[in-house]
Design a protein around this ligand. Structure first.
Ligand code: MTE
Ligand code: MO
Length: 524
């Protein structure tokens, strides 16, 4: 057995070192994913990428072969390939360091790329793969070190009958002990991750079993609100594509059975509301475009959905706020707070406690079981997810999470507009040049959208039907006199109140960006 006579140059022990290191790293990756975002598990993202990349015949073959176990088969397949690569990394590292580390680094990059290319990838999506690779590289270095023979053979003779048989200074038993330890630690980390997710798995099951009551008042999207132009944001944003912004490192898992809302503070009567009590109320459908104050000009932190919920105004009326109150501080189960002007929650707009989003219970990351949705205000001062507490108070008596960090206490959404078609830098043909995008000025409404080619006159774009003043509206422009060459295209919105979107650039701090979205287009 050549590998025992010189283990470091044989293949069995180095391959074991590689496999054990990668098993350790994979466990760390699963633990990190459980904490950061379960959807960013290196196995899950690589599997999802392979499913996306697989040609249809391969998918059909997999389903024919494995039936409903096709996904399990895929994960087992990934595991086998991973083990083979890991073993090779061990052999490489023993013979030609640092190439084994490089190979594991490549595995990490594959995971990170897969994670970051998933639709709606969370901000830290690459972290589990990166941490997995770093952990595996460290383990590999340590294990391979234990394989290199000590410079001088151990002077102490092995006691008779001892099971440890140093071969050229390598203690095989002890090495296998270390490798087994690495595998056990990895398994422990993965199990820890699994246990951490127990709460969210249970709540996901509860959510999946919920059928929301029918709306007492329904909202409809006029067919003419959707221009159906390729590349243009759909007028209603599917839940899976809806932007997600919050301070929650792990998505809060709130069981509706444990949920209740308390309304207190400057009120005549405290009100508490349970999940069943909320669902028993006449729920209303409304369509509202949410926007984030951190959305840069032309950015994607905005989305439109059909919400199902109950007017906050009615609940506040039950509590009867004091005359000197002017703010409601809403609080989520994880401590986030938002300051919303009381008057906005009392007027006739669709400021609601939402339980449904586009026909489904709220997705966990969008606030399940209950969140606020308030037309006209940026999310940070109004759209509290996982909401459990409304304190009626005063702006001069309390302040909210982002206000304490330098953002404005009040955040009405500023008029803005975006070009979706074509993408900046894209080339279009002169005989079919179309510009299209969206414009918004929630709770005021868009009166017109204009485009400017290079530094020419502002030209009127065509507006799709607006669902309401609380939603964005699509616009398009037939660019019939497009001439060959490079052009700059700008857009601006005009509000129903006469406001013209300013060209003056301002950053997102403290109360939202201003300026005009501008793209460059190559006309051929
Ligand atoms: N509990 C909680 N709610 C929150 C936040 C948060 O950090 N925590 N962020 C707010 C911000 S800044 C925005 S823009 C919206 C985003 O809602 P979405 O993730 O459903 O798109 O949620 C708001 N509600
Ligand atoms: Mo936000």
């Amino acid at each position: 057995m050549p590998e025992t006579s010189d283990p470091a140059r044989g293949w069995l022990l180095p391959a074991t070192a590689g496999a054990a290191s990668v098993a350790f790293g994979a466990g760390i990756g699963e633990l990190a994913a459980a904490v950061i975002a379960p959807s960013s598990s290196p196995f899950v993202v690589v599997g999802a990428l392979l499913i996306d990349l697989a040609p249809p015949w391969a998918k059909d073959a997999a389903i024919a072969l494995f039936g409903t176990a096709d996904k399990a088969a895929l994960l087992v397949g990934i595991g086998i390939v991973l083990l083979a690569v890991a073993g090779s990394a061990g052999v490489l590292e023993a013979r030609r360091p640092p190439w084994g580390q490089v190979l594991i680094g490549i595995l990490g990059v594959v995971g990170a790329v897969a994670a970051s290319t998933r639709a709606n990838a969370p901000m830290l999506a690459v972290a589990p793969s990166a941490l997995a690779a770093i952990a595996a590289v460290i383990a590999l270095r340590l294990l391979v070190l234990r394989l290199s023979p000590s410079p001088t053979p151990t002077p102490t003779p092995t006691p008779p009958g001892s099971s440890a048989e140093p071969a050229h200074g390598v203690d095989r038993r002890r090495f296998l002990g270390w490798a087994g330890g690495a595998v056990a630690l990895g398994a422990l980390a993965a199990l820890g991750g699994y246990a951490l997710q127990a709460g969210s798995r249970a709540v996901t099951a509860v959510r999946d079993a919920i059928t929301l009551p029918k709306a007492a008042t329904t909202a409809t999207v006029p067919a003419s609100a959707e221009l159906g132009i390729d590349g243009l944001a759909p007028v209603v944003t599917p839940n899976g594509e809806f932007y997600r912004i919050d301070t929650a490192l792990a998505v809060p898992a709130v069981d509706p059975a444990d949920w209740s809302l308390r309304i207190h503070g400057l009120v005549d009567r405290e009100v508490t509301l349970s999940w069943n009590e909320l669902l028993a109320l006449p729920l209303e459908e409304s369509i509202t475009t949410l926007a984030c104050v951190s959305n840069e000009v032309g950015g994607g932190l905005i989305g439109n959905a059909v919400w199902l919920g109950y007017p906050i105004r009615e609940l506040l009326a039950r509590a009867s706020p004091a005359a000197d109150a002017d703010m409601v501080l809403s609080r989520s189960v994880d401590g986030f707070t938002a300051s919303t002007p009381l008057a906005v929650l009392q007027d006739d707009r669709n400021a609601i406690l939402a339980v449904g989003m586009n026909g489904a219970p709220l997705p966990a990351e969008h606030g399940f079981p209950v969140r606020m949705v308030v037309p006209g205000l940026y999310g940070y001062v109004s759209a509290t997810k996982w909401v459990v507490d409304l304190e009626v108070t005063r702006f001069d008596a309390a302040s909210a999470y982002w206000t304490d960090r330098g953002w404005s206490a009040r955040g009405p959404i500023k008029i803005s507009s975006r070009i979706d078609v074509p993408r900046s830098g894209q080339s279009v043909s002169a005989d079919s040049a179309v510009l299209a995008g969206v414009a918004w000025y929630q709770h005021v409404g868009i009166a017109a959208v204009e485009v400017q080619i290079d530094d020419g006159d502002w030209r009127a774009a065509e507006l799709a039907t607006a669902i309401s003043d609380d939603t964005w509206v699509q616009w398009s422009y037939q660019w019939s006199d497009a001439s060959a060459g490079s052009h700059t295209v700008r857009v601006r919105a005009l509000g129903a109140d006469g406001e013209v979107q300013t060209a003056k650039r301002q950053g997102v701090v403290p109360d939202g960006a201003t300026g005009l979205h501008e793209i460059t287009v190559e006309v051929r």
